[in-house]
Design a binder for this molecule. Structure first.
Ligand code: NAD
Length: 299
């Protein structure tokens, strides 16, 4: 039976690991949280006492951790010293491109096959096995990485070599952050000009201003019933997570010398929203900040 070591059982990792187990793989799971380990055990996984122990005898090692520093540490201290050399190493966290390339290089220097595979889709898609994976890896390793990710995926796309998955993820999310602000600004201006919001949606969703932020995730409550705007911006994709991805994009742009003036403006606006106390709300709540209807903590 294929043995999967899964490290990081938070909002995303818990559902992803459960789908590996449902696919008939033996999952040895590790997280710093005792509660997360207990939930994993209840779902038929084997809890490990450390990340290193989880990796012993693994065929596949999957990590789903908060940020680059966690991934670098776990690779150096637990995975590379303990996993069998023929294990396939896949990091699904959203981290900076440089960290992704560093861990892939360290892994490959020690004879491992490794890839970065960040995801699009939130906790519901993680539970439902319908995430989209953007993969950075050597071409010859992709088929095996694809097979490893299948129980958790709706789509798996190779973006290029190591780090390319992270590059695709942060570029996509920078575009999403900007387009959500642009859509929100347009709704706020339409309102100020006396235009009915539903009428504006009916027109713009069929005209050249149409985009995903408007037609699938409309920040104005009403036109798109499934959007978080209809649930007081609860659930969905947290504004704090959007800010994290926008910061990663700005850091990467600075290193690459790429001009991203709108990405910078988006980071500043989401920074204001999160500092104002709304980091836990869905990122489309930025509409309410732009309309001036949101109380912002200014401390
Ligand atoms: P989370 O904070 O819920 O989970 C992270 C888990 O990692 C926690 O359970 C924590 O205890 C564990 N952890 C931290 N350090 C560890 C260590 N050294 N060893 C073992 N476990 C450790 O975060 P999440 O929402 O599951 O997100 C995980 C990653 O996925 C992040 O990089 C995030 O940016 C990305 N992501 C999240 C979403 C989302 O909607 N939540 C969507 C796409 C991508």
């Amino acid at each position: 039976m294929t043995r999967v070591a899964f490290i990081g059982l938070g909002n995303m990792g818990s559902g992803m690991a459960a789908n590996q187990a449902k696919a008939g793989r033996e999952v040895v799971a590790f997280d710093l949280s005792a509660d997360a380990l207990k939930r994993a055990k209840d779902q038929g996984m084997t809890p490990a006492t450390s990340a290193g122990e989880a990796c012993k005898d693994a065929d596949i090692v999957i990590t789903m951790l908060p940020a680059g520093q966690h991934v670098r540490e776990i690779y150096l201290q637990a995975i590379l010293p303990n996993a069998p050399k023929d294990a396939l190493l896949i990091d699904c966290s959203t981290i900076d491109v440089d960290s992704a390339r560093t861990v892939a290089r360290d892994a490959s220097m020690q004879g491992f096959r490794a890839g970065d595979a960040p995801v699009s889709g939130g906790a519901a898609a993680a539970q439902g096995g319908s995430l989209t994976f953007m993969v950075g890896c050597r071409e010859q390793d992709f088929a095996e990485i694809e097979e490893a990710l299948k129980p958790m995926a709706k789509a798996i796309i190779r973006a290029g070599d190591s780090g390319a998955g992270q590059a695709a993820k942060i570029c996509n999310n920078m575009l999403l952050g900007i387009s959500m602000i642009a859509t929100s600004e347009a709704f706020a201006l339409a309102e100020a000009l006396g235009l009915d919001a539903q009428r504006f949606f009916d027109i713009s969703s069929k005209a050249s201003g149409q985009c995903w932020s408007m037609t699938s995730y409309c920040p104005w409550p009403g036109p798109v019933p499934a959007a978080p705007s209809n649930r007081n911006y609860e659930g969905g994709f947290a504004a704090a997570m959007m800010l994290k991805d926008l910061k990663l994009a700005q850091d990467a742009a600075e290193v690459a010398g790429a001009p991203t003036p709108l990405g910078g403006a988006a980071e500043a606006l989401y920074g204001e929203l999160v500092r104002g106390g709304h980091g836990g709300k869905d990122f489309s709540i930025i509409l309410q900040m732009l309309r001036g209807t949101l109380a912002l903590n200014r401390e």
